[in-house]
Design a protein around this ligand. Structure first.
Ligand SMILES: Cc1cc2nc3c(=O)[nH]c(=O)nc-3n(C[C@H](O)[C@H](O)[C@H](O)COP(=O)(O)O)c2cc1C
Length: 190
C-alpha cells in the first residue's frame, strides 16, 4: 500500500478554531493511505526580503516542512473576504528567496469553514490564486465551502451530519486520487 505524507496548514491561530476542528475531522475521514502532520507557522516573523540573504531557521524549517511533504492540505477561515494574514505571511516565507519556491509541483487542496452562508468561498478563491501562481497543482473539484453551525461536530469531534461526513470523506478520497495522479507524473525528488 503506497502511503502519502500530507502536511496540513490551519489558517487560524485561534485556540478554539473551528477550522482546526474541521481538519481533525477530515483526517479521521481520510483514506488510510494518507498520513498527516501539521506544519506550524506561528513562530515565523513578518516576512520581508531583507531576510533573503540569510534566511532565519524558522523560515528554513518551514520551507523544509513543505518540501518534504507529498501534498499540502490547507484548512482555513476567511478573514475579510480573503485569507488570514498569518497564513499569507507563511506562504510568502515558503515562496522565497526567489527561485526556491517550496510549493512548486506539490499537489494541494483547500477547504474551510465559517459561520457565514458562503463558508469561506471568497477566501478560498484568493488562496487558489496564490497557489496557482506558486505552481502548486491544486485539486479543482470537489470544492469544500463548509458552513459551520451549532452541532456541526459531535462530542467526539466528528462531523455529526451523515451526509456532510460522506461528502467530506469523498473530498478526501478525491484528494488522495489527485495527489496520486500528480505524483505519478511529477515524482517528488525527481
Ligand atoms: C478578522 C476577522 C475577519 C473575518 N472575516 C470573515 C469573512 O470575511 N467571512 C466569514 O465568513 N467570516 C469572517 N469572520 C468570522 C470567522 O468566520 C469566524 O471567526 C470563524 O470562527 C473563524 O474560523 P476559526 O474559528 O477557525 O478561526 C472573520 C473573523 C475575523 C476575526
Amino acid at each position: 500500500m503506497k502511503t502519502y505524507n500530507v502536511g496540513y496548514l490551519i489558517g487560524s491561530l485561534a485556540t478554539g478554531s473551528i477550522n482546526r476542528k474541521l481538519a481533525n475531522a477530515l483526517i479521521k475521514l481520510a483514506p488510510e493511505q494518507l498520513k498527516f502532520h501539521e506544519i506550524s507557522y506561528k513562530d515565523l516573523p513578518l516576512y520581508s526580503y531583507d531576510y533573503d540573504a540569510d534566511y532565519p531557521e524558522a523560515g528554513r524549517n518551514f520551507k523544509k516542512a513543505i518540501e518534504s511533504s507529498d501534498a499540502i492540505l490547507i484548512v482555513t477561515p476567511e478573514y475579510n473576504r480573503s485569507i488570514p494574514g498569518g497564513l499569507k505571511n507563511a506562504i510568502d516565507w515558503a515562496s522565497r528567496p526567489w527561485g526556491t519556491n517550496s510549493f512548486a509541483h506539490i499537489p494541494s487542496a483547500v477547504i474551510g469553514t465559517s459561520p457565514g452562508a458562503i463558508g469561506t468561498a471568497v477566501g478560498q478563491q484568493h488562496l487558489r490564486s496564490i497557489l496557482g501562481f506558486l505552481n502548486s497543482p491544486q485539486m479543482n473539484s470537489p470544492e469544500g465551502y463548509i458552513q459551520f453551525k451549532e452541532g456541526f461536530f459531535d462530542e467526539a469531534g466528528e462531523v455529526a451530519d451523515p451526509d456532510t461526513a460522506k461528502f467530506l470523506a469523498g473530498y478526501m478520497e478525491e484528494f488522495h486520487q489527485h495527489m496520486a495522479r500528480v505524483l505519478t507524473v511529477l515524482p517528488r525528488g525527481a
